[in-house]
Design a protein around this ligand. Sequence first.
Ligand code: ZN
Length: 304
Amino acid sequence: MSDIPSAISLREVGPRDGLQNEDPVPIEAKVALIDALPQTGIGRIEAVSFVHPKAIPQMADADEVWKRVRKSHTVRYSALVPNLRGAHRALDAGFVELEAVVSASDTHNRRNVNRSTAESLDEIAQVIDLAHERGGTCQVIVSTAWGCPYEGDVPVERVVAVAGRAIADGADCASFGDTTGMATPRRVCDLVGAFRSKHPETPLNLHFHNTRGTGLANVLAALELGVDDFDASVGGLGGCPYAPGASGNIATEELVYMVADMGVATGVDLERLIEVAAQAERIVGHQLPSQVLRAGPRTRTAPR
Ligand code: ZN
């Protein structure tokens, strides 16, 4: 385990990716969830996405949510944007960290934004320029990086090429998203290895879903390759739009619980995070998949 980083950076994506895949919740609940997270010690929060309200009604109130959030000076907030219009909205709202998303699979990209992957990449080049002009940064998120619900496996070379195009256009960092939970540890090694050999200097974030139960195994495989930046959602909030009832993102408290015992620092207070996971569960009104939320940390003993 010698290459395992001594510290990792976590981006909490529950308020965006999580809630986007749940039934709509009131704006007050969204704001309360975002406001509860800084006290856990989490350093980054993906707060909202600026997408067309008709495409994703759960995010129609993004501007208003962001206005009401009590901005913490200890947190870096980011917004996801699908296009130039979304980037303008995010920057006008005051975001400086943008995430531009594109699917490695043409079919998935067309279904989402009605254009090819190449067409989206053309626009992302403009998003990157705009972010930089206005003093911000832009991460390219390549979704369906380990497989597509329509096309099945997506070749590693294609995923690396999609990220590479955005990096050539100036993207500050890259993220690979396992949109439908098709990654396995072996496939994580394949993609991270191929990416690193082409782009050794580009910071890399990984975004796993636990749709098929391999979420934390994938994180462990990536840690062993030295990856030190992960997305997760509190309580395991969210789901998979292509597999009704399936788990969503890996749960932040499960990730923190696992790596803390390996001596990997996250800056997050696990007990406080579990409290926020319980809050997330109350907000959506159904049980969330996080097992650490149910059982607590292993050091929590029962009364004798
Ligand atoms: Zn996701």
